[in-house]
Design a protein around this ligand. Structure first.
Ligand code: SF4
Length: 374
């Protein structure tokens, strides 16, 4: 069985104004205690996965690149000791510009990290400052150059649209600048103002100067057009890659590959059970192997729902054969009416045995997917 591992590093240099992730600045002693707890959890969960091959490891956060690279190397060593890591496994570290240097990059390479995901968000320094990012575009350029120099041949750049004060022109400028660098993968998400963030308060007071819906829609269209012209294929609603460079780890979530998440707030899907670790740092550090909360044993209906609404995010869609193998029924037997209605409305289409969202369907994907809930 194939397995993915996710390691949550919840530390950041400073909190961004829009961020509701489980992340915060912390002194280095706290970080070190957390890394020791992570090592225990990684080791402790290993024996149950004897028949599994780990095909991807993802260090996410937070800002994994903000902690000592030697700790990432130690975590990788423990992963190699406690799990069967495929020689071809994709090993990604999320990084922020301004937190990378030659030493860290070389340490990552020696530890077997072969992919970096760099959070740029925008190439406009004013937009970056409004987001509360710690870096400038110049620092991103330097990080990107250092990563290439260190031998990384698989780089993702994260971008965001619909930012405060952002115009279509400035967004296109960001896209063009990034495309000129030729990263292998680009993730392009729209800003969502999340409850409880400083951005939500600003929005309530009418002080967040967001682009109009029409401008946001144009940004979204221009992403697909400009990236498409340069050979990037959209393989998921918000993710684009050069041929063969789709992210193994993210794709795994959408095809419901088993994964184990380590660290605070980290979710897992294991033998059709979803669970999540405590979000409390001290509870986790004290008992990393006994801190599971929110355990959900998925019913067959829930598994089917997930198969549909996760799988349809991929532009390749879902295969009737895969559905039959798992549930011993065809997609049409279970969802015939919903499928027919959405095909009639031009939102879904069959391609051979694959059911996928049309371009129009992608634009209203939440509406389409909601109809597959029992
Ligand atoms: S760097 Fe990322 S995780 Fe950290 S505060 Fe900013 S958006 Fe959140």
């Amino acid at each position: 069985m194939q397995l993915e591992l996710y390691i949550h590093i919840p530390f950041c240099v400073r909190k961004c104004g829009y961020c509701d992730f489980l992340s915060a600045p912390a002194p280095s002693q706290v970080q070190e205690r957390y890394i020791r707890a992570l090592l225990q959890e990684i080791k402790g969960r290993g024996p149950k996965t004897e028949d599994c091959e780990v095909v991807s490891v993802f260090f996410g956060g937070g800002t994994p690149s903000a902690v000592r690279a030697e700790w990432i190397a130690e975590l990788m060593e423990e992963i190699r000791r406690s799990y069967t890591l495929s020689p071809e496994a994709e090993v990604t570290v999320e990084c922020n510009p301004g937190t990378l240097d030659r030493h860290k990059l070389s340490c990552y390479r020696q530890a077997g990290v072969n992919r970096l995901s760099i959070g740029l968000q925008s190439a406009d320094d004013g937009e970056l400052a409004r987001l509360g990012r710690i870096h400038t575009y110049g620092q991103f350029l330097e990080s990107f150059r250092l990563a290439r120099e260190a031998g990384f041949t698989n780089l993702n750049v994260d971008l965001m649209s619909a930012l405060p004060g952002q115009s279509l022109t400035s967004y296109e400028e960001t896209l063009r600048k990034v495309l000129a660098l030729g990263p292998e993968h680009i993730s392009a998400y729209s800003l969502i103002v999340e409850e409880g963030t400083p951005f939500a308060s600003l929005a309530e007071q009418g002080r967040l100067d967001l682009p109009s819906e029409e401008e946001e829609r144009r940004m979204y269209e221009r992403t697909r057009e400009l990236l498409g012209e340069k050979g990037y294929r959209r393989y998921e609603i918000s993710n684009y890659a050069l041929p063969g460079r789709e992210c193994v780890h993210n794709r795994g979530y959408w095809i419901r590959r088993a994964y184990l998440g380590f660290g605070i707030g980290a979710a897992s899907l294991w033998k059709e059970v979803r669970f999540r670790n405590t979000s409390d740092l001290e509870t986790y550090i004290a008992r990393p192997l006994e801190c599971r909360e929110e355990i959900q044993v998925l019913s067959t209906e829930e598994q089917m729902e997930e198969f549909l609404f996760l799988g349809l995010r991929l532009t390749e869609g879902i295969a009737d054969g895969d559905f039959r193998r798992k549930f011993h029924k065809s997609l049409s037997e279970v969802y015939g009416g919903v499928i027919r209605r959405n095909i009639r409305d031009g939102l879904l289409s069959w391609e051979g045995e694959r059911l996928r969202l049309t371009d129009r369907g992608v634009d209203v994907s939440n509406y389409v997917m909601a109809q597959f809930l029992f």
